[in-house]
Design a protein around this ligand. Structure first.
Ligand SMILES: [Zn+2]
Length: 319
């Protein structure tokens, strides 16, 4: 194995990337609504560039853009899309971890369980042929679907991450975060936690409700939660989320908090862009390549900016 994810986790926090689908939607390459990843075939250069930006800003694991890449969601044979997705991630970040993965399937809501399992195995097939370092099953609203993903992931001997798309109230099938954690641990996950839909503070609270022997993962959205509920329930979803965009400092603070509470796989989901990842990396004491361009406002041309920056530095240093 070129990238030993479990060994890295044992040493300390591992930083993931942000939300590729949302970022590529903003850039005009992905359609809001379906949010499917055909961009890997239609505009591979856009995907490659975004992966490179996440790597440049300190991500240690790059997620291949296989989200919603199952046959029922894509409406086509998924092999070509998933193969291209993994190749692009590997090309962008040859020395980093490349994660393959699984996502929710429309079939789960009306199909039988063996059909879902079959779709998930097919979703993984080309990814595994292409070669990934770990698998991430993410954004599951139902614990039962997450367990099917975990079952499908057992066809490979790779580290298994499963993150639920839940808040403190738990899954749609009625399981608390802690019950989700116990079940996913019992079914062979190495890393469990939450991703998407909730802001960093809520996501961290939910993650810490999980009492488990597994490593914890927390990959929240980059938007501020004010009125409660997952972001899909906000009036701003998905075309006015800019008004709720969290700053790079907010994401940096989140990364520090997550580390203090023992979360080992830290990252972001929708609304978390490369510049947020740089702040997260620096909050964890890292110096990614992009830190060469980190701000020094003492060099600003306007005196007030220089003075304010000096005052902020002093107050930050005060006890
Ligand atoms: Zn998301």
């Amino acid at each position: 194995v070129s990238f030993d994810f479990l060994a890295r986790l044992q040493q300390g926090p591992v930083l993931g990337d942000g939300g590729c689908i949302f970022e590529l939607e903003r850039r005009g390459y992905v359609q809001a609504g379906p949010f499917t990843p055909e961009v890997v075939l239609e505009h591979p250069e856009a995907v490659l560039q975004l992966h490179r930006e996440f790597a440049h800003n300190g991500a240690e694991v790059i997620q291949a853009l296989t989200f919603y890449g199952s046959r029922d969601k894509l409406g086509r044979d998924p092999a070509e899309v998933n193969r291209a997705a993994v190749r692009l991630a590997r090309e962008a970040a040859p020395s980093l971890g490349v994660a393959g993965g699984l996502s929710p399937t429309p079939t789960f809501r009306h199909g039988d369980r063996s059909e879902v399992l079959q779709l998930m195995r097919q979703h993984l097939e080309a990814q595994l042929e292409e070669g990934v370092d770990l698998l991430i099953g993410e954004t599951f609203l139902w614990l039962e679907e997450a367990c099917l993903a975990l079952q499908a992931m057992h066809i490979a001997d790779l580290p298994r991450v499963v993150t639920m798309n839940i808040g403190p109230q738990g899954s749609r099938d009625g399981f608390s975060p802690d019950e989700c954690a116990r079940r996913l641990e019992a079914e062979g996950a190495h890393v469990i936690g939450v991703n998407c839909s909730y802001d960093p503070q809520t996501s961290l609270t939910t993650t810490l409700l999980m009492k488990t022997g597994c490593y914890l993962a927390c990959q929240p959205i980059g938007y501020l939660h004010e009125c409660g509920g997952p972001f899909e329930s906000w009036a701003e979803f998905p075309l006015e989320l800019e008004s709720r965009q969290l700053s790079r400092r907010a994401l940096g603070n989140f990364a520090r908090q997550a580390e203090l509470h023992g979360v080992r796989f830290i990252g972001g989901c929708c609304g978390v862009a490369p510049y947020h990842v740089r702040s997260m990396a620096e909050a964890l004491g890292r110096k990614p390549a992009s830190s060469a361009k980190s701000a020094d406002l003492r060099l600003h041309m306007i005196p007030e900016v220089r003075e304010r920056s000096a005052a902020e530095k002093l107050s930050a240093a005060a006890p």
